[in-house]
Design a protein. Structure first.
Lengths: 270, 312
């Protein structure tokens, strides 16, 4: 379904700020699989998602999605196959346009946008039903600008928008990180329902060990631009947040060891 | 009376300019400085073609195409070559000054003895007023030719306004609006933002070229200087229109642009009547735009102060 082969990306190459964000990532995700990506800050998990979405060109490697080589596709072309929800609730919706207009935009994701009317009575009725089904009590506010809604409501709508045209791959980039706990729970609940209903292939970056342990059928842990743990099957089902935390500790100790070792060598030989 | 009708007519012609600026500055949030150049380009193209015995409607259409080309160049400089938006517009505007001189072959092309689109109004005037050359409206005398031009331009502004409104309700038009509102989101929904920006600037500048063409035909000449100050003029109209309608809905903004343009022209006419030196006009316009941009901030700042005092 999604196949990443040895993808690499270095930002600010050749400057003091050089960041080797992705250092040879290989990953294959089956159709209908729901994969959580965790890792410390700067581990490359968001970069990985952005690489799949096409936010920047890769230095090397190959991305196959739905049987097509999309490595060289620009971001807007990949949108045909990929639905996205961003971390920032303000990124996923157009604030001064109405709920209905935003949904109408999402209903044409990856499709030709021609001279047909974007909204009509039939489409409005269908949107009303979809919004009502989310249980956010927004179905009577379709003509309100989205900018007047809360972050949680906007993220829920962005999720709905990402699924209006069924995506081959759904990318969720810490989409609850900027929300208060109650809204975050609600958005997570909606996310689960959504993915289960259409059996969407999903790649979700998260900060929350609870989410990573509870959601999905596979967890990938990243560190310094590489995948260091890949847990699926029975192991994933038994996984608890504490297990993930202890693995983080291991990584941290290993990294510290590297640093002290390097220092020791440095002091001895330089 | 003649002054009033003239002001209204010019206000309506310039409402097409305001539409163009609405599209670039507001809808796609692109500070497009091509305006002064594309307005004069429209006038120059139409005048030259009309003098060359091309049908005035076709000449006017070609002026709109020329404007679209100018806007397209600005957008391509920005999107494909990565040049700053303001600089792209300045480059094209500056270059167009020479292009306009080339198109006309001289700095001024008179149209007084030529057949222009304004003559179509005469047919309407005959239908409405018979053969009278002077019509009395509520006791005021007005030349029927001026009235017919006014009606013709009012018709043009309304038809183009409705077409624009319809356009922005289509799937394509809705996506264009999203560019200015949240380009990251609309890219993630599969829209090629670069291409859409180019399209928007072409559309906007075609309307500006059209306004230039109609202006040249109305005033009876095209001049290489006729575009100077048009950008600020159009921005003033759009701002005035926005404050008149008080909403960001596209239909209201379009209607507001017409109202703003006409009202602004009337204000200017009144100021001139009261003895304002025409040389000061551009300065007054610039000061007006400055005030319109800054005053709302002061107003909200003031109300915050009031609230703070009350709380304390």
């Amino acid at each position: 379904m999604l196949e990443l082969t040895d993808i690499r990306k270095t930002f600010f190459r050749g400057t003091p700020n050089e960041v080797r964000a992705l250092r040879g990532v290989n990953l294959t995700i089956d159709r209908g699989s729901f994969v959580c990506v965790i890792g410390t800050n700067g581990s490359g998990k968001s970069t990985l998602l952005n690489a799949v979405a096409g936010a920047f060109p890769l230095d090397s490697g190959r991305i196959l999605l739905d049987g097509q080589d999309i490595t060289r596709w620009p971001e807007h072309r990949r949108a045909k196959l990929i639905g996205r929800v961003f971390q920032d609730p303000f990124s996923g919706t157009a604030p001064s346009m109405t709920i209905a207009e935003n949904l109408a935009l999402a209903a044409r994701r990856g499709l030709r946008r021609g001279p047909g009317l974007a909204l009509n009575v039939g489409k409005r009725r269908e949107m009303r039903e979809r919004v009502r089904a989310m249980g956010l009590n927004l179905e009577d506010r379709l003509n309100n600008p989205i900018g007047t809604l809360s972050g949680g409501q906007r993220q829920s709508l962005t999720l709905l928008m990402a699924g209006m045209v069924k995506p081959a791959l759904l990318l969720l980039d810490e989409h609850t990180a900027a929300l208060d706990p109650k809204s975050a729970d609600q958005v997570i609940r909606l996310t689960e329902e959504f993915i289960a209903k259409d059996r969407l292939t999903t790649l979700m970056v998260t900060h929350s060990m609870q989410q990573a342990a509870a959601l999905g059928d596979r967890v990938i842990m990243m560190d310094r631009g590489q995948i260091v743990h890949d847990i699926s099957g029975i192991a994933k089902q038994r996984l608890r947040p504490e297990d993930l935390l202890s693995r983080f500790d291991e990584i941290r100790r290993a990294n510290q060891l590297d640093e002290t070792a390097a220092e020791m060598l440095h002091s001895q030989y330089v | 009376m003649t002054l009033l009708i003239g002001s209204l007519t010019i206000g309506l012609i310039l409402s097409l300019l305001a539409f163009g600026i609405l599209i670039s500055f507001r809808v796609v949030a692109f500070e497009d400085l091509t305006v002064d150049g594309s307005f004069a380009l429209g006038g120059a193209t139409a005048a030259t073609l009309i003098v060359g015995q091309i049908h005035p409607l076709l000449a006017t259409f070609c002026a709109a195409l020329a404007g679209a080309a100018a806007g397209g160049v600005t957008a391509i400089l920005h999107t494909k070559f990565g040049i700053d938006r303001l600089l792209s517009g300045i480059l094209v505007m500056t270059g167009l000054y020479s292009v306009n001189l080339r198109v006309m072959g001289k700095s001024n092309v008179p149209l007084l003895s030529e057949r222009t689109v304004m003559d179509y109004g005469d047919g309407w005037a005959k239908l409405l007023f018979g053969d009278e050359t002077v019509v009395s409206i509520a006791g005021w005398e007005a030349p029927s030719r001026d009235l017919s031009s006014l009606m013709l331009m009012g018709f043009a502004a309304i038809v183009i306004g409705i077409l624009l409104y319809t356009f922005f309700r289509t799937n394509f038009g809705l996506a264009m609006q999203a560019i200015g509102d949240n380009s990251k989101m609309i890219r993630a929904l599969g829209v090629n933002v670069d291409l859409m920006t180019i399209g928007a600037l072409m559309l906007g500048n075609s309307l500006i070229g059209l306004a230039g063409a109609l202006m040249a035909q109305y005033q009876g000449f095209a001049d290489v200087q006729m575009g100077i100050g048009m950008l600020v003029w159009g921005v003033a109209s759009v701002i005035l229109g926005e404050s008149l309608v008080g909403t960001k809905k596209i239909g209201f903004l379009i209607a507001g642009a017409v109202m703003g343009s006409v009202l602004f022209r009337l204000l200017v006419a009144i100021a001139l009547r009261w003895g304002l030196n025409p040389n000061d006009l551009k300065l007054i316009t610039a000061v007006f735009v400055f005030a319109a941009l800054v005053l709302p901030k002061f107003a909200s700042h003031g109300s915050r102060l009031v609230r703070r005092n009350r709380d304390a």
